[in-house]
Structure formats: C-alpha cells, structure tokens
Design a protein around this ligand. Structure first.
Ligand code: ACO
Length: 337
C-alpha cells in the first residue's frame, strides 16, 4: 500500500488592524453596555480596519508573516486559498488579489466560502493537494473585514464581530505529525439563520435592497447559539475519532472565537479543563474565518502549544457549516514555535 504523506502547518502569521473599538465606544453608537457584552459574549474589544484597507490587504500582511515564519518565499507557493465572507468584491477572488500583492507568481488561487468554518475548510482542502502529490506548498488564509457588512444600528449583531486575518503555510511534515484527522460538515437547511441577503443574484443591489438594509449581516442569534453548542463538541469528537484519538489526548483546543459561553460549553462537553482551551475572543471579538488562525498563532507563538502536542481546531458558521481538525504540532523547520 502506498504510504500517504503527512501534511502540516510549517509557518503561521496574523494581521489585525491597529484601531481598537471597545465596548465603551459601542455604548456611544447603540443601546448597549460593556456589562451586557462581556457577560453574554466575553468580548471586551475588537479591531476595525482603516477605511483604505480591505480584506485582501489584511490577508496579504498575514500571508507575508506566515511565509517569513515558515522560511518560505512567495515564489515557492503553489496555491493560495482564501476563506472569507467579506471578499474585496465579487470578482476577482480575494486570493488572486493576495497572489498579486505578495508576488506569489507561481501560485494558483481561489476563494472558499464556509463562514466561520472557512479556515479549517481551507486547510483540509489544501492538504489534499499535497497528499495527492500535486502541490508542495500552500498558503491558506482566513481573512475578514466584517465591520463593512455590519449594521451599526443593530445591537444584536454589531457588538459581536471584528476585523483581522490569519494565514498558514502547509507542507509535507515528518511522518506522524501534521493533520491526523478532520471532519467537514454542512446543513444548508439552516442557511436562513445567518446571512447577508442583498447584492447577490437572488436580490441584486437596488435602492430598495439598500433601504431594507439587506447588505448587512442578519442573524438569529439564539438559534445559531443552540446549533453552535451542539456542533462544537460533536465535530471535535469526529475529528479525534478520525485521528484514532480521544478527548483525553487533547493538549490544546483552538475553538472558533464567537462567544465565551459557546467555548465553555464545548470544553465541558469534551471534559477539557479551560487551561487547555485557547481564548482571545475578549480582544478581537468574532473575526469569522480569521478567528481560528488568529487564536492558533497566539497559542503557538505564545508558548501554549509545544512540539508534539495534539491540537484540535473546531469551528462553526454560516451555511450552516462546521469543521474540525486534529494536528500533531511540530516539524523540524518549525521547532522554535
Ligand atoms: N446590548 C444590550 N442588550 C442586547 C444586546 C446588546 N448588544 N443585544 C441583544 N440585547 C438584548 C435583546 O434585545 C434581549 O432583550 P429582551 O429580552 O428585552 O428582548 C436580551 O438582550 C437577550 O437577548 P438574547 O438574544 O436572548 O441574548 P443571548 O443571551 O442569547 O445572547 C448572543 C445573544 C450573544 C447573540 C448569542 O445568542 C450568541 O452568541 N449567539 C451566537 C452568535 C454567533 O456565534 N454568531 C456567529 C456565527 S459564526 C459566523 O459564521 C459569522
């Protein structure tokens, strides 16, 4: 039998905008309070992109940092996948814009839409090209400018999200390391729970779609919450099963950073102590497809993840979608992580 290649992350980088928006700032915009936001979500502040920056700008900066971290040049990249719900425009893809920005002249490029599960979807998708022997080095990026699609008069949604980007370089790793298992899932029947209904082929942009505020995020928060609480533990367990491991083997959980209560409930279902769970939702809010790589980078470079650790990434999002992966962290080139 042909041995399958091990594929893992050999470099990781992030970029978050400088501008910090605190809960106190939001109190001046909508009828909300720091106390409500912290208690219900765990979020204290989020980053907001400068007016002259779009998703591809954040993505390109994160990508360059990931390349530097991996010690890989842009010319070595064979493929760029950008997971985003906030592309610069319908087309060209944000991945093509990043390709031009970082001068990855040998790379193919495409975007992937899976809401907040997008980074893990992109990582699992990208890894298949390496396993199949088609490509050697792939950049996967989760990047969002959610501030551009938020209704800043809707307190139910505008307090939850932030802007940012995280990128990872995938390559073949030592046997036994890298992505050991994964699960990708979707339930399109829940699509109405979280959507941006205006501007697509269903409701092309008109004066009416604008006045009906259809170009903003619409969310049924309670239903998304219930779905998230159920799916996070289930999806993490499915990826662990795929890897031949159990929750007891997990050294670090990197959950999608949407809400501290969802994260706590996922940890409880997996019977994981909170010191094995990475949390930075307090600093960045929900950055959708960027949230998992931003949390992963902080855990790796902050020393929370060590060589040989079993790391579980798990996310859920618009679609509805979910995605999970188990990574045995480490590779010689990345030993300083
Ligand atoms: N400030 C103050 N009060 C608020 C705010 C706010 N920002 N937002 C809502 N409220 C009020 C509501 O109006 C409601 O008031 P009422 O009782 O008088 O009607 C009250 O607070 C309770 O509202 P709930 O919606 O029941 O609050 P809940 O505890 O469920 O928290 C939340 C709401 C935070 C949105 C929660 O449901 C949640 O986190 N859901 C998941 C959202 C999520 O993760 N979305 C991202 C999905 S991933 C992706 O693809 C982007």
């Amino acid at each position: 039998m042909m041995e399958t290649k091990s594929v893992g992350i050999i470099g990781i980088g992030t970029y978050v905008p400088e501008k910090v928006m605190t809960n106190k700032d939001l109190e001046r915009i909508v009828d909300t309070s720091d106390e409500w936001i912290v208690e219900r979500t765990g979020i204290q502040e989020r980053r907001i992109a400068a007016p002259d920056m779009a998703t591809s700008d954040l993505a390109s900066r994160a990508a360059q940092k990931a390349l530097d971290d991996a010690g890989v040049t842009a010319e070595e990249i064979d493929l760029i996948i950008v997971a985003t719900a906030t592309p610069d425009m319908f087309f060209p893809s944000t991945a093509c814009l990043v390709q031009a920005n970082i001068k990855a002249v040998n790379a193919a490029a495409f975007d992937l839409a899976a809401g907040c599960s997008g980074f893990v979807y992109a990582m699992v998708t990208g890894s298949q090209f390496i396993k199949a022997g088609l490509y050697k080095k792939i950049l996967v990026i989760g990047a969002e400018c959610l501030s551009r699609i938020l209704d800043w008069t809707d307190r139910n949604t505008c307090v939850l999200f932030g802007d940012g980007a995280g990128a990872a370089v995938l390559a073949e790793t030592d046997p036994g390391y890298g992505i050991l298992g994964s699960q990708l899932g979707a339930d399109g029947s829940g699509g109405d729970l979280l959507k941006l209904p205006g501007g697509g082929s269903r409701n092309p942009a008109t004066g009416e779609t604008v006045s009906l505020r259809m170009h903003f995020v619409h969310m049924n928060g309670n239903e998304v919450f219930k779905f998230a609480v159920k799916i996070m533990g289930e999806a993490a367990n499915k990826a662990l099963e795929d890897a031949g491991l159990s929750a007891a083997d997990v050294d670090c959980l990197i959950p999608h950073q949407a809400n501290i209560r969802i994260i706590q409930s996922a940890a409880k279902r997996l019977k994981l102590p909170m010191d094995k769970v990475m949390i930075n939702v307090n600093k960045y809010g929900n950055t959708s497809a960027a949230s998992i790589p931003i949390a992963l980078e902080e855990a790796v470079h902050g020393g929370k993840i060590k060589q040989g650790d079993n790391v579980v990434l798990v996310g859920f999002g618009a679609g509805l979608t979910w995605a999970s992966a188990v990574i045995k962290w480490g590779k010689e080139a990345n030993i300083n992580c």
